[in-house]
Design a binder for this molecule. Structure first.
Ligand SMILES: Nc1ncnc2c1ncn2[C@@H]1O[C@H](COP(=O)(O)OP(=O)(O)OP(=O)(O)O)[C@@H](O)[C@H]1O
Length: 498
């Protein structure tokens, strides 16, 4: 096959060694059973083109799942109905120099996914080749759409426990990539590349732009920057700038999107970039202000505070100061436990008895973040700053109000190379152009290095001797443990060159 996959062909089936080699130091503490499963070679099938054609009803409209920047995706029923898969068919002939050296996005995706497998990823099942020698990718079928759809077009917006659970699952997926040996850098983390499986769990997909290798490896160090505007690390301007921390930046943007329910770039807001919009709110401890107005802030104020602080750390200007994905996973585990505790039936029953916890939220006060500064904030569902520029009252914000129907919202598409990005003058309309009645994201953006990062004004949050106790006045052991984690985050934020 053309793609440089180091497959072994056994009885017509390609077997791939898992990318997680036995010498992977990250796997040393795994149980024997886990190690056995991880290192088990998995089967990559070569499907014949006629089989894929039949399975997709001739790539017909009724099997069509969606279109991305590199091609279309179809649902395929294979093996007499025993296997349901998604087939990605490239429709454009790409210039390889835009992507990874000598590899089209399809070949790249096959090559990378043939080496890694994880329950948090949209895994590769096989591939096919068309008459033009173009690769078709066959991956696991995800029946419940994308996180983008769930956040921006679903009639019922997801609640906090679901949002945190999804964020944790995505973080685990990225951590898995980064801890592989050699590491995989996804380079295109965004809500439309997170798909939902049959249990509504998040799976990270679309490895067309991913790079596998150490940063000093030739392929990594010579591949031009790529990604999706709005999620792209502004410090990643040359191949040498790439590190796993670029993914951390994109994850931070995605976390802000999950929390706020707004698009990474949305001309209905001022400023249009989610990070520029959220930064002053987080800096001013207006954590409720960044919450999705359709669901309001979570019952437990520490949940949104920790999410906001984490997102702020992920989008810092200095890549080195961003947390590693393992830290992000640890932090989200803590948040997940908190939000899970509030979702327990005890709280629901209490809410019913006292007339509904959620109802009482708008008048609820933040507890002081520390005992010296006594910052008290009132929850404001749909606060003025959180409102759209079109000034639709928060009460009227239906689920569609932030959706794709709005002509000032354009779904970001991946771009092969940031050399396509032109710096727009600050007074021009930088992002949206009309084309055939559709809003199309143009590759023109203001990448303001100085504005997108370093969003924590931590001095207001730090108590004597650098100690912050952001929870109740008499925290229990668990709360103390959790606040220690937060203290570390805050301390690091304080060191930031803001
Ligand atoms: N494994 C899958 N199962 C079900 N639907 C899928 C699967 N993979 C992709 N899709 C759907 O197909 C559409 C196109 O996906 P694709 O990954 O090609 O592009 P994208 O992520 O939307 O955009 P871009 O190419 O710019 O990143 C999306 O709407 C996605 O929801």
């Amino acid at each position: 096959m053309g793609a440089r996959c180091e497959f072994q062909r056994i009885n017509g089936i390609f077997c791939c060694e898992s990318a997680i080699a036995t010498c992977d130091p990250h796997n040393w503490d795994l149980t024997k059973k886990q190690r056995r499963t991880r290192n088990k070679p998995f089967k990559i099938r070569e499907f014949s083109y006629p089989d894929l054609e039949t399975a997709t009803n001739g790539f017909s409209a009724d099997c069509f799942l969606g279109k991305g920047s590199h091609g279309s995706v179809y649902k395929a029923i294979l093996d007499d109905g025993r296997l349901v898969a998604a087939v990605k068919k490239t429709t454009t002939i790409s210039n390889p120099s835009d992507y990874n050296i000598n590899n089209s996005p399809a070949e790249n995706e096959i090559e990378i996914l043939s080496r890694i497998r994880n329950p948090r990823l949209v895994n590769l099942l096989g591939f096919g080749v068309d008459s033009n020698e173009r690769k078709l990718i066959v991956v696991e079928f995800m029946p419940n759409g994308s996180l983008y759809d769930l956040l921006h077009t679903a009639t019922r917006p997801p609640g906090w426990s679901r949002r945190v659970r999804l964020a944790l699952q995505i973080a685990k997926a990225v951590q898995h990539l980064h801890s592989s040996n050699p590491p995989v850098i996804h380079r295109d983390i965004k809500s439309s590349n997170v798909l939902l499986d049959d249990n509504w769990n998040a799976r990270l997909g679309d490895f067309g732009l991913a790079l596998r290798g150490h940063v000093e490896d030739v392929r990594v160090s010579c591949t031009p920057p790529a990604g999706t505007l709005g999620y792209l690390d502004p410090g990643y301007l040359a191949p040498a700038d790439l590190s796993t921390k670029s993914d951390v930046f994109s994850f931070g943007i995605l976390l802000l999107e999950i929390v706020s329910g707004r698009n990474a770039i949305d001309m209905n807001y001022s400023p249009p970039s989610v990070v520029d919009w959220a930064a002053p709110l987080i800096r001013g401890c207006d954590f409720a202000g960044i919450c999705d107005p359709r669901i309001g802030p979570p019952n437990d104020q520490a949940v949104i505070r920790q999410l906001a602080v984490l997102a702020a750390r992920c989008v810092r200007s200095t890549a080195k100061k961003r947390p590693a994905m393992s830290d992000v996973v640890d932090c989200l585990r803590v948040v997940s436990k908190r939000v899970g505790a509030w979702a327990s039936p005890i709280w629901h029953n209490l809410g019913t008895r006292v007339g509904g916890v959620r109802k009482s939220l708008p008048s609820m006060k933040y507890e002081p973040l520390d005992y010296s500064t006594e910052i008290i904030k009132t929850f404001r569902v749909g606060s003025r700053r959180n409102r759209k520029v079109s000034s639709v009252p928060a009460s009227e914000l239906g689920s569609e109000a932030i959706g794709t129907n709005n002509d000032r919202v354009a779904r970001s598409k991946s771009i092969g190379s940031v050399s396509e990005i032109k710096m727009a003058p600050s007074d021009s309309n930088p992002l949206v152009k009309r084309r055939g009645g559709l809003s199309v994201m143009m590759p023109i953006v203001r990448l303001s290095k100085s504005r997108s990062m370093g969003v924590l004004q931590s001095t207001r949050l730090v108590h004597n001797n650098g100690i912050v106790l952001p929870l109740a006045k008499n925290p229990n052991a668990r709360e103390l443990e959790e606040s220690k984690l937060l203290i570390n985050l805050m301390k690091e934020a304080q060191k930031e060159d803001l």
